[in-house]
Design a binder for this molecule. Structure first.
Ligand code: ZN
Ligand code: FE
Length: 257
């Protein structure tokens, strides 16, 4: 099996998984890069997995379905191009012989879902759409801080070895913010250097892992004293209330330059 982040638009990754013959793609916002990769590698597209309804995640679904006959799966409660099989929390599907479990992770959008594969070449795999980014998280377009906090807490509780396939290359910008929140986090400083080197070589910073995100991502660290102090300094958030701390961090990041 090969796990490939196909770059699209400014900073999206369309994640493609294939075994040399058959492929699945997650959130194909643009059919072009996917079709080119399939053609260049002689692959049959079996499946399209969709996490949420934003155009940069579904724009290529119709064209790819028509060109390849791929089956489409997506969230139960969002407007996604039909026909598709709708999924909600706890549903299990098998794609390319791999089991995937569906997690409801509302917050970025109201019906956002994630796909978790418990075992794939020795470690779990997570396709989390725009919920979790490396060192960051999605904006709250349709959900409350409480919902997003709960969704992120669920993802943070997955096995540490889980590879996290985020759909945007926002890592360096997120790390700049994370460093402003936690300037004394040595793992964060080290990770930032690694990511800067990767980007200067033109390489993706992803996939990340859950263990790493728990160490460097301020949005998963709303109970850490350094983070609660910083959030309190930003807007007076109650350090004992992780949801208030999370909401402060999200607002701070929205305004961060
Ligand atoms: Zn989105
Ligand atoms: Fe997106």
């Amino acid at each position: 099996m090969n796990l490939i982040p196909l770059p699209a638009f400014q900073d999206n990754y369309l994640w493609l998984l294939h075994d040399g013959q058959r492929a699945l793609v997650v959130d194909p916002g643009d059919a072009g890069p996917v079709q080119s990769y399939l053609d260049a590698n002689g692959l049959q597209l079996d499946a399209i997995l969709v996490t949420h309804h934003h155009p940069d995640h579904i724009g290529g679904v119709d064209a790819l379905r028509e060109a390849t006959g791929a089956r489409v799966w997506g969230p139960a409660r969002e407007r996604i191009p039909e026909p598709l099989t709708r999924l909600a929390d706890g549903d299990r599907i098998e794609v390319l012989g791999l089991p995937f479990e569906v997690l409801d992770v509302p917050g970025h959008t109201a019906g956002h879902i994630a796909y978790f594969c418990p075992g794939f070449q020795g470690a779990p795999l997570l396709f989390c759409g725009d919920t979790l980014f490396s060192a960051g998280c999605g904006r709250l377009f349709e959900g409350t801080p409480r919902q997003m906090f709960d969704s992120l807490s669920r993802l943070a509780g997955l096995p540490g070895t889980t590879r996290v396939c985020c759909t945007h290359e926002y890592t360096l910008g997120n790390l700049e913010f994370a460093t402003a929140v936690e300037p004394g986090n040595t793992q964060l400083i080290h990770y930032r250097q690694q990511c800067e080197a990767r980007r200067s070589r033109g390489e993706p910073t992803l996939p990340s892992t859950i263990a790493l995100e728990n160490q460097v991502n301020p949005f998963l660290r709303a109970s850490q004293p350094a983070v609660t102090r910083a959030a309190h300094g930003f807007n007076g958030a109650d350090p004992a209330d992780p949801v208030a701390v999370f909401a402060a961090l999200r607002q701070w990041k929205n305004e961060f330059r």
